[in-house]
Design a protein around this ligand. Structure first.
Ligand SMILES: Cc1ncc(COP(=O)(O)O)c(C=O)c1O
Length: 383
C-alpha cells in the first residue's frame, strides 16, 4: 500500500474552468480557430494535463516554445497539431520532423534547410513563416514579404506552408500602435496568395480586436483565466496556489523577521509562519506589498525565506496551525489574482507563474474532485 501524503503547498488546477474558458474564447473568435498556447508548462499549470483536457473538448492546435516541450506532448500521445512558436535551429529540424512539430521560420535559409531535409526523408514537411511586426525578435521584416513568398513558392514541392504568423509587441497599448503593427502584418501577407492561413492575435488582441482574429488566434493567458484588458470573453481563474500555516507566534516589539534584519516589528505582532518560500515561487519583491488569505482575511506578507513566509495576522482571525492559506485564488469572498500578485512583485504575470517551482505539486480538479496529479518528487503518492 502506498501511504498518501497531503502536500502543505499545492497548485490546484481547475480543469472545468480551463475548459469553460476555452469554449468562451472559441465562441468569441469563431470562425477563427484557437491554438492553445501550452508553453512554459502551460504557464505553470502543467502542459500535459491541460493539453489533454483541451484536446478532449475539441482543441486541435497547440503551441509550445521549445522542441522538448513538443516532444513531451507527442510522447504522451497528443494527436493534434503542435506549432513551435519558440526558436529552433535548422540542426533540430530532423527532430521536429520525427515528432511532427511545425516550426515558425524566419529566414529563407531555414526554409531551404527544411526543404533539403524533406527531400532526404521523402515527405513534404509543414512549416509557418514568421513576421516581425515590432518585437525585434524572430521573423522576417514586413518589407520582406515578396522574398519570403517567392521562396515559399519555389520550395512548395518539398515544404508545405501552413500559415503566416506574427506577435504584437504591445497588445494592451493604444489602438493606434496596434493599427501600425497590424498594417505591417497585412503588408507582409499581401505578397502571398489569397487563402494563406494567418495568425497574429494572442489573448489581449483576441479580446480587443475582432478584425485581428483572422484564421487562427494563439491564446495562452485567457485559457488560464488571465486577462489584462476589458471586454472580450468572460474567463475564470484556473489556478489556486495554496499553502498551510506551520506555526503561529507572537513577536515582541523590536523583533526582526527574515534574513539580514529585513523587517522589524514596531509593536507586538502575531505572525503566521507559512510552509512556502522563494524556492516555491514566492518573490522577495512582494514583501510588505503582497498578502495572503487566511480564514477569509487578507494578511500582509512580512518576510520570506527559502521555504517559509511570515505574515501578519495581528488583530485578525484566530489563525491556527494547519489552516489553509490562499496565495492566489479565492477564499470566502476574497480573490487574489495572478495579475494582482504580479503587480505587487513588480513582474509580469507570465514571469510570476513561470517561477512557481515544479516541486509544488499540481493537483487537477474536475467536478470538484482531485482527478490527477503532477508531482516530480513523489509521483503517485498524492491523490
Ligand atoms: C508567439 C506567441 N504567441 C502567443 C502567445 C500567447 O500569449 P497570451 O498568453 O497573451 O495569450 C505568446 C506568449 O508569450 C507568444 O510568445
Amino acid at each position: 500500500m502506498v501511504l498518501r501524503t497531503k502536500p502543505l503547498t499545492k497548485f490546484e488546477v481547475n480543469l472545468d474552468h480551463l475548459v469553460e474558458n476555452y469554449h468562451a474564447v472559441q465562441r468569441h473568435v469563431a470562425p477563427s480557430e484557437v491554438v492553445a498556447v501550452v508553453k512554459s508548462e502551460a504557464y505553470g499549470h502543467g502542459a500535459l494535463a491541460t493539453s489533454r483536457a483541451l484536446r478532449r473538448v475539441g482543441c486541435r492546435q497547440f503551441a509550445v516554445a521549445t522542441v522538448e516541450e513538443g516532444i513531451q506532448l507527442r510522447r504522451a500521445g497528443l494527436d493534434a497539431g503542435i506549432m513551435l512558436i519558440g526558436p529552433a535551429l535548422p540542426k533540430q529540424y530532423p527532430v521536429l520532423a520525427e515528432y511532427r512539430l511545425v516550426p515558425l521560420i524566419s529566414e529563407v535559409a531555414g526554409m531551404e534547410e527544411l526543404s533539403r531535409l524533406a527531400l532526404r526523408l521523402g515527405r513534404r514537411l509543414p512549416y509557418h513563416i514568421e513576421v516581425d511586426v515590432g518585437l525585434g525578435r524572430m521573423g522576417f521584416l514586413p518589407g520582406q514579404g515578396p522574398v519570403a513568398a517567392a521562396a515559399a513558392l519555389r520550395l512548395a514541392p518539398t515544404i508545405q506552408l501552413e500559415g503566416v504568423g506574427s506577435h504584437l509587441s504591445a497588445a494592451t497599448a493604444s489602438e493606434e500602435h496596434n493599427r501600425l503593427e497590424y498594417g505591417r502584418f497585412v503588408e507582409f501577407v499581401s505578397a502571398f496568395p489569397a487563402g494563406v492561413r494567418r495568425h497574429l492575435a494572442a489573448s489581449s488582441a483576441a479580446a480587443r480586436f475582432p478584425h485581428m482574429h483572422l484564421e487562427q488566434v494563439r491564446v495562452g493567458g485567457l485559457l488560464y483565466g488571465i486577462k489584462h484588458v476589458t471586454g472580450g470573453p468572460e474567463v475564470t481563474q484556473v489556478l489556486s496556489l495554496k499553502t498551510t500555516v506551520a506555526l503561529v507566534k507572537v513577536l515582541p516589539p523590536g523583533w526582526h523577521i527574515g534574513y539580514n534584519f529585513r523587517h522589524r516589528v514596531e509593536r507586538e505582532t502575531t505572525v503566521a509562519v507559512l510552509s512556502m518560500g522563494w524556492s516555491d515561487g514566492l518573490m522577495i519583491a512582494g514583501v510588505a506589498k503582497a498578502g495572503v488569505l487566511i480564514r477569509g482575511a487578507w494578511c500582509r506578507l512580512l518576510g520570506l525565506c527559502t521555504d517559509f513566509a511570515m505574515v501578519d495576522t495581528t488583530g485578525g482571525p484566530e489563525v491556527q496551525v494547519g489552516d489553509e492559506v490562499v496565495v492566489m485564488g479565492t477564499q470566502d469572498s476574497h480573490t487574489i489574482t495572478p495579475m494582482e500578485l504580479a503587480q505587487q512583485c513588480g513582474v509580469s504575470t507570465g514571469e510570476l507563474l513561470g517561477k512557481i517551482a515544479l516541486r509544488v505539486p499540481r493537483l487537477y480538479l474536475q467536478g470538484g474532485e482531485c482527478r490527477d496529479e503532477l508531482s516530480i518528487l513523489c509521483p503517485g503518492t498524492l491523490v
